[in-house]
Write a protein that binds this ligand. Structure first.
Ligand SMILES: NC(=O)c1ccc[n+]([C@@H]2O[C@H](COP(=O)([O-])OP(=O)(O)OC[C@H]3O[C@@H](n4cnc5c(N)ncnc54)[C@H](OP(=O)(O)O)[C@@H]3O)[C@@H](O)[C@H]2O)c1
Length: 257
């Protein structure tokens, strides 16, 4: 396997957080950059791209922008890229959102990469029912990144996709590390987290992010928050030490997996 291409690092998801709220985007992005974060994931679906672009403007060179093409229409897709280039300059990672029309979009996106407007191409899907198709896309050898859900209660990607990504040198980006919040509803008691404290883990969100990043096949985890004060807590999980098998198993038990 190649060195991890993007990490290991904690980035920031932006689904359902600041949408078009420029002031909140500014606060969240400043909190992320201030705590060493540099990877920001967005999509035309989230309504957050323009606000993210404005929030990053002065610090654009410190950031890695991951966005997506999200439409079956070739014309609309090109329009999405035109907007993104206006908001972000170049795009470090352009992903095909939920595999929509991926075989149609791939040739023109590759031409955009050749022209230097995109650095890496990727695919995403949230549903294990689409993982077979994701594997087929990866086997084309034409994608450099893969975005999938992974958390102690959602491990379907471990079966085929993580080994395949490692074999092909594809960077893995983890969406939904908190199960879109469902894993945080009933957190373990502090004494249950005590065995993890010597690894620098103080909170349950921190434990879940470390659980994902401790898999050496994972590059980047992108938790989303609408609360600027939570950004630094999440970002702190991007530092070693990583969890070993026993500590990972403990997190799985605490998650009720
Ligand atoms: N198909 C795709 O390409 C796809 C699909 C799904 C997701 N994604 C990407 O992956 C990102 C992450 O997934 P997600 O947003 O579904 O879910 P997630 O990151 O697993 O969970 C987000 C939830 O966790 C809460 N949270 C975050 N940090 C917290 C903390 N320190 N303490 C307590 N609560 C905390 C947030 O609430 P607060 O806002 O109240 O903090 C929010 O409700 C998305 O934003 C998006 O960028 C991509």
């Amino acid at each position: 396997m190649e060195e991890r291409r993007l990490g290991p690092v904690v980035g920031l998801g932006t689904w359902n957080t600041f949408r078009g709220d420029a002031a909140l985007a500014g606060e969240i992005v400043q909190a992320a950059l201030g705590s060493g974060g540099r990877c920001f994931d967005t999509s035309p679906m989230y309504g957050s791209e323009q606000a993210l672009g404005s929030a990053l403007e002065a610090r654009r060179t410190d950031a890695t922008v991951l966005t997506k093409i999200w439409t079956p229409s070739p014309d609309e897709a090109r329009g999405q890229l035109v907007d993104q280039l206006a908001w972000f300059g170049t795009i470090e990672v352009e992903q095909i959102h939920n595999l929509i029309a991926w075989e149609q979009h791939l040739p023109w996106l590759e031409a955009e990469r050749e022209a230097g407007r995109i650095e890496l191409l990727g695919v995403t899907h949230y549903s294990p029912s689409a993982f077979g198709e994701l594997a087929r896309a990866l086997r084309s050898g034409r994608f450099q990144t893969l975005q999938i859900p992974l958390n102690p209660r959602e491990r379907a990607a471990e079966r085929e996709l993580l080994p395949l990504a490692a074999e092909l040198g594809v960077a893995v980006i983890v969406m939904e590390p908190f199960g879109s919040g469902s894993l945080l509803r009933r957190p373990p008691r502090p004494e249950q987290l005590a065995p993890l404290r010597e690894l620098g883990i103080e909170t349950w969100p921190h434990a879940l992010l470390k659980w994902a990043l401790s898999d050496p096949r994972v590059d980047l985890v992108i938790p989303a928050t609408s609360k600027p004060e939570r950004v630094a807590e999440n970002a702190a999980a991007g530092e070693p030490p990583w969890l070993g098998p026993d500590e990972r198993a403990l997190v799985e038990r605490l998650a009720g997996a």
